[in-house]
Design a binder for this molecule. Structure first.
Ligand code: NCD
Length: 302
């Protein structure tokens, strides 16, 4: 049984195969219209989501499969106190594959242990979000035509931003990538990740200043300050607008920078740059559907 829980399993070989498959689906959608006929995807979302849940559902429908699920903890038996372990045991009787999002770190891993069907981690607390990383990788591949030898700026909430943690794991596996980690001191990457990067010989620099580091970046991955993971509102309010990418800051960047964002954005990217050719975040969201189609097929062994 194959699951996707942790971005650590996203080796260059596996990612390369998924990107090729996604590109083929993108170019020949009719070839895949019945690939998952008769199969059911369950989306178990205990936390809010727009893109991730709907792109999973759209992916499965595009492959001829069906979807069922819930989009908040209140709408599931979690509100009655049911454990994730029991829920997934039951869902295994109703569906062929499940995508789960939960506020607790480790919940997708726990679900996979009790599941009889493939489980996909669609975000576990502030920990990981490997399918957003697949979305990010296909986007970088599209705009840079490679996944190595890049300077990747990650800016914003690097402490709680699970997409950041998964992206660092995956991009560290390619040769000659280096990271520019831009955040307020309180929102720096977690210690365990810094230790892993140091132990793995991954090149990275931590800074609080976006304006002085943007000129070196090939990719700028902006992130939202993760309000829901803060212990108090005052800290959130103080930190939420630490970085706002606007025309003036973008004028300091390379002409071929790719500005990415997992979305939703709040204030961290000014709408005035949406039409700049370097702003690729909506294309990034579009590509997420195709890489998820490739992933679903792979995990179902189709
Ligand atoms: C991200 C998430 O849920 O972690 N969104 C997404 O899946 N596209 C980023 C975020 O919520 O800020």
């Amino acid at each position: 049984m194959k699951h996707l829980i942790d971005a650590k399993v996203l080796t260059p070989e596996y990612v390369g195969a998924l990107i090729s498959s996604a590109e083929d689906i993108l170019n020949n959608p009719s070839k895949y219209r019945e690939s998952c006929k008769g199969k059911i995807l369950a989306t178990l979302f205990y936390e809010p989501s727009t893109r991730t849940r709907l792109s999973f559902e759209s992916a499965m429908i595009g492959l001829g499969g069906s979807v069922l699920g819930f989009s908040s903890a209140e709408m599931s038996s979690a509100s009655k106190g049911e454990s994730v372990a029991d829920t997934i045991r039951v869902i295994s009787c109703y569906a062929d594959i499940a995508a789960i999002r939960h506020h607790k770190e480790g919940s997708a891993l726990a679900a996979s242990i009790y599941s009889n069907i493939p489980v996909i981690n669609a975000g576990d607390g502030g920990h990981q979000h490997p399918t957003q990383t697949l979305t990010d990788l296909i986007t970088i591949h599209k705009f840079k035509n490679k996944l190595d030898g890049l300077t990747i700026g990650l800016c914003g909430d690097l402490k709680f931003g699970r997409t950041v943690h998964s992206l660092i794991h995956a991009m560290s596996k390619y040769k000659n990538n280096s990271f520019l980690l831009v955040s307020p001191d309180e929102l720096r990457i977690p210690d365990y990740l810094r230790e892993e990067m140091t132990a793995g010989g991954v090149s990275f620099t931590e800074t609080e200043d976006l304006s002085s580091s943007i000129c070196d970046m090939d990719i700028l991955y902006m992130t939202r300050v993760q309000r829901e993971r803060f212990f108090n509102e005052e800290d959130y309010v103080r930190l939420k607008d630490s970085y706002i990418l606007n025309k003036q800051k973008l004028s300091l960047a390379k002409a071929d920078l790719a500005v990415m964002h997992p979305l939703p954005r709040v204030n961290e990217i000014a709408a005035e740059i949406d039409n700049d050719p370097r702003a690729v975040y909506f294309e990034q969201a579009r590509l997420g559907r195709y890489i998820r189609m490739a992933l679903i097929m792979d995990l179902l062994g189709i």
